[in-house]
Design a protein around this ligand. Structure first.
Ligand code: NAP
Ligand code: G4F
Length: 340
C-alpha cells in the first residue's frame, strides 16, 4: 500500500485529492492546522467513514511555519509521495499580508524540501504551482515555456516555490515536480473566491435572502476548470518515469462578467440588477487574462479536461441552490454573504 502525505488537506484540492488517493488504495496522512473552531468540513465525510477512520486516513497537527514538526512527521511517516497543497492561497489577501504569504508559500515550501533532505527519505514531491506566476502575460495561451511576471505577493511567493522545487530536483536528484494549475473551481471552492462568491449569491438572491452581490473587476478573464479533474492531474504527474513541470488548464478563457451572466441566467435572473461594484475588491495590480495550453499534459500524462465553462457554472450554481434549500428545510438560519 502506498503512503501519501498531503499539506492543505482541509482545502478544496486537498479534499478531492484525498478522495482520489483513498479510492486508489493509498494510506493518506494529512497535515492540519490547529484552529479554535472546526475546519475539516470538506473531509469530514472521509474521516468519519467507519471503514476508513483510523485505518487509511490520518490527520496530524502541523503548520508550514513549523519546520521541526515537518521533519518529525517525515521521519515517522516516510511517505512515498508528498502533495504540497498548503498555502495562503488568496491573491487579494496577499496584498494585505505579504510577509505571512511569503513565509507560508515560499519559505514553507523550502521547509518541506529541507525536511525531506534532513529525514533522509526519497518521496516523490508535488508542488502546487499556479498560473498566477504568469501574471502580466507575455503570450496567450501560456505554456510551460512562458516567462513569469507575477503581479501579487502571492504570485511572487509561488514563483519562489516553483524554482525551489526545480532547484531541489536539479541539486539533489529529488523526484520533485510542479503542476502549474490554472484556476479550478467546485462546490467546495472557498466562499471568497469570485466563482463561489457569485454562485452562493445567486442561490441567496433567488431565495430572497440577499439583495445584491458586490464585486471588483468584472473584466478579468480566467481559464476556469473543474477541481476534481485537476487533482487527478496532480496524481498523474507523480506517476511518471521522471519528474517534470506541467500546465494544467482547459484552454478556454472567460470574464468574470460572463460568469455572472451565465450563473444568474441559470435561475432566470438578469445579473445587471444584482451585481454592484465595490472598490475594496479591486487589486493594486491585476492579472488581466489567463488562458493555458494543456497540450503537454495531454501528450505526456494523457490528461484532458472534460468539464468546460458552462457545465462548471451549472455544477456550482445547482450545488449552492441545493445546499441552501437543504439548510432552509432544516430550519438552519441563512447567513448574508458579505465577507471580505
Ligand atoms: P484552499 O482551499 O485555500 O486550501 C489551502 C489549504 O492550505 C487549507 O487546507 C489551509 O488550511 C492550508 N494552509 C493555509 N495556511 C497554512 C499553514 N500556515 N500551514 C499549514 N496549512 C496551511 O486552496 P486550494 O484552492 O485547495 O489550492 C490548493 C493549492 O493549490 C494552494 O497551494 C493554492 O495556492 C494552489 N493553487 C490553487 C489554484 C486554484 O485555482 N484553486 C490554482 C493554482 C494553484 P486551513 O483549512 O487551516 O485554512
Ligand atoms: O477568484 P479569484 O480570487 O482568483 P485568482 O485571483 O485568479 O486566484 C485563484 O487562482 C489562482 C490561479 O490562477 C490560484 F493560484 C489562487 O490560489 C486562487 O485560487 O479572482 C479571479 C478574478 C480576479 O481577477 C479578481 O480581481 O476575479 C476578480 N474579482 C472580481 N470581483 C474578484 C471579485 N475576485 C474575488 N476574490 N472577489 C471579488 O469580489
Amino acid at each position: 500500500m502506498k503512503r501519501a502525505l498531503t499539506t492543505g488537506v482541509t482545502g478544496q484540492d486537498g479534499s478531492y485529492l484525498t478522495e482520489l488517493l483513498l479510492s486508489k488504495g493509498y494510506e493518506v496522512h494529512g497535515i492540519i492546522r490547529r484552529a479554535s473552531t472546526f475546519h475539516t468540513e470538506r473531509i469530514d465525510h472521509l474521516y468519519q467513514d467507519p471503514h476508513l477512520r483510523g485505518t487509511r486516513l490520518f490527520l496530524h497537527y502541523g503548520d508550514l511555519s513549523d519546520s521541526v514538526t515537518l521533519v518529525k512527521l517525515l521521519n515517522e511517516l516516510k511517505p512515498d509521495e508528498i502533495y504540497h497543497l498548503g498555502a495562503q492561497s488568496h491573491v487579494r489577501v496577499s496584498f494585505d499580508i505579504p510577509e505571512y504569504t511569503a513565509d507560508i508559500n515560499a519559505v514553507g515550501t523550502i521547509r518541506i524540501l529541507e525536511a525531506i533532505r534532513q529525514a533522509g527519505v526519497r518521496p516523490r514531491f508535488y508542488q502546487a504551482s499556479s498560473s498566477e506566476m504568469f501574471g502580466k502575460v507575455v503570450e496567450i495561451p501560456q505554456r510551460e515555456t512562458t516567462p513569469f511576471h507575477p503581479r501579487s505577493p502571492y504570485g511572487v511567493s509561488k514563483v519562489f516555490a516553483f524554482w525551489a522545487t526545480v532547484n531541489y530536483r536539479e541539486s539533489y536528484g529529488l523526484f520533485a515536480a510542479n503542476g502549474v494549475l490554472f484556476n479550478h473551481e467546485s462546490p467546495r471552492r472557498g466562499e471568497t473566491f469570485v466563482t463561489r462568491k457569485i454562485s452562493r449569491a445567486v442561490a441567496h438572491i433567488k431565495a430572497g435572502l440577499q439583495k445584491k452581490v458586490y464585486l471588483g473587476n468584472l473584466e478579468a478573464k480566467r481559464d476556469w476548470g473543474y477541481a476534481p479533474e485537476y487533482t487527478e492531474a496532480m496524481w498523474l504527474i507523480l506517476q511518471q518515469d521522471s519528474p517534470d513541470d506541467y500546465v494544467i488548464a482547459t484552454g478556454e478563457t472567460h470574464s468574470v462578467q460572463e460568469f455572472c451572466e451565465e450563473a444568474f441566467g441559470l435561475v432566470g435572473l438578469d445579473w445587471r440588477r444584482y451585481v454592484e461594484l465595490d472598490q475594496r475588491y479591486l487589486r493594486p495590480a491585476e492579472v488581466d487574462v489567463l488562458m493555458g495550453d494543456p497540450s503537454k499534459a495531454k501528450k505526456r500524462l494523457g490528461w484532458e479536461p472534460k468539464v468546460k465553462f458552462k457545465e462548471l457554472v451549472k455544477i456550482m450554481v445547482e450545488a449552492d441552490v441545493k445546499a441552501l434549500e437543504d439548510r432552509l428545510a432544516g430550519k438552519v438560519p441563512a447567513v448574508e454573504d458579505e465577507r471580505p
